[in-house]
Design a binder for this molecule. Structure first.
Ligand code: PHB
Length: 390
């Protein structure tokens, strides 16, 4: 035990020392971007990478007189790989910033490396509330699950939904979805008659959907991570559950813009809450959707793409303000930033380092032959309820 702790503390000291002030003298500004580019969450990685590269293409690859170097690594969606790559990026490449983090477990496993090496870590995708508390060096530009599901619970009550079954993916953001939705819904007289959790890897929704059907709720409340919604909705429609009058209300990842087009008829009328829709009606968003389509050979950006695009902006602006410094100086300049994003107004809460932005209630509609998440209601400057509760 003693020996193990000793080795661990030597490794920690080596990591801290090896950084020294190397980045302070560097003539390049390095960003290590960790993404799931292969494996079941490859669509998330592709959206994130395209969003980050689009920002660079539009804003140049020089900040504060230093050449920006984006070092992209494939974490394959596996935490151990993420951890090893983050360590290499910090120790060997001496990156000023770690960024990306497609899934919560990938962010959580890298958090101690950010703390130990004093490297700002920009979370562009993962959404569990507790992530920003895992390291004082974490800044988030994605969203938090509690931000959106609490607003969805209010909407459900106002729209005469009283009995729901909850079906979520069995890992941290799914658990956040289940808990925060349930608390808010039940406090207003709603009833969650069953809570179901499906595995993260290769989920088979069939036996779970059978239970939902048997319970005869007013609505199914659901969360699955981006990319997975197509198979959920396909199986929902194969069982004729939409025809049986069971509505779907969901965390917005379920109808993510990347895959919405391949969901078909069954998605029509699904109500979700989220922070970004490709249909968001602003000049900036129209330009963003068009530029993203051109850059990607016709893909529609989803909320992952926006998280990366805005994350790059936060990094660039902080680097400009601090002449390309790293560590605490750079982190300080990320806190409190405020700007218009393709999603609407965005700021980084200087206390929590978490994202503050509008949350929209959306309904899937067909417009000119294509499915869109049409925003029907806006809640402004929403903070993470996970922090407000403490
Ligand atoms: C997460 O792992 O935090 C996560 C991933 C994909 C989503 C939402 C949350 O769509």
């Amino acid at each position: 035990m003693y020996k193990r702790n000793f080795i661990r503390s030597v490794a920690a000291t080596t990591l801290a020392l090896s950084l020294g002030t190397a980045w302070a003298q560097a003539d390049s500004f390095k960003i290590g971007l960790l993404l799931p580019l292969t494996g079941p969450f490859a669509s998330t990685g592709k959206q994130l990478e395209t969003g980050a590269r689009l920002y660079m293409a539009q804003n140049g690859d020089t900040v504060a007189g230093k050449k920006v170097q984006l070092i992209v690594k494939d974490d394959t969606g596996v935490p151990d790989v993420s951890k090893r790559l983050a360590q290499e990026l910090v120790v060997n490449d001496k990156v000023q910033v770690l960024a990306g983090f497609g899934l919560t477990p990938l962010a959580m496993t890298v958090a101690p490396i950010a703390t130990l090496s004093k490297t700002p870590m920009v979370v562009m995708s993962a959404a569990t509330s507790a992530i920003t508390e895992a390291s004082p060096y974490i800044v988030r530009t994605s969203f938090t699950v509690p931000q959106v599901v609490t607003i969805l619970a209010d909407w459900a009550i106002k729209n005469d939904i009283r009995k729901v079954v909850s079906l979520v993916t069995d890992y941290a953001p799914g658990v956040d979805s289940e808990n925060y939705f349930q608390q808010r819904f039940v406090a207003q007289g709603g009833q969650v008659i069953e809570t179901l959790r499906v595995p993260l890897r290769s989920p088979d929704f069939a036996p779970f959907l059978q239970k939902v059907r048997d319970a005869k709720p007013d609505a199914l409340f659901t969360f699955v991570p981006a990319g997975v919604g197509v198979s959920l909705m396909k199986q929902f429609s194969e069982r004729g559950m939409d025809k049986a009058g069971i509505r779907v209300i969901a965390e917005g990842s379920v109808t993510d813009d990347d895959i919405l087009g391949s969901m078909g008829e069954v998605a029509l009328g699904v109500v979700t809450a989220h922070h970004y829709s490709a249909a968001h009606n602003s000049a900036l968003n129209k330009q963003f959707v068009e530029a993203f389509g051109k850059a990607s050979g016709g893909m529609r950006p989803n909320f992952m793409a926006v998280g990366a695009y805005d994350g790059m902006r936060v990094i660039y602006e902080a680097a400009k303000a601090t002449q390309g410094a790293g560590g605490d100086t750079l982190l300080q300049a990320m806190k409190g930033q405020s700007f218009e994003s393709p999603r609407g107004p965005l700021s980084i809460d200087p206390q929590t380092r978490d994202v503050v932005h509008n949350i929209y209630v959306r309904k899937v509609e067909r417009i000119a032959g294509q499915l869109w998440n049409t925003e029907v209601q806006t809640f402004t400057a929403v903070k993470d309820p996970g922090k407000a509760a403490k």
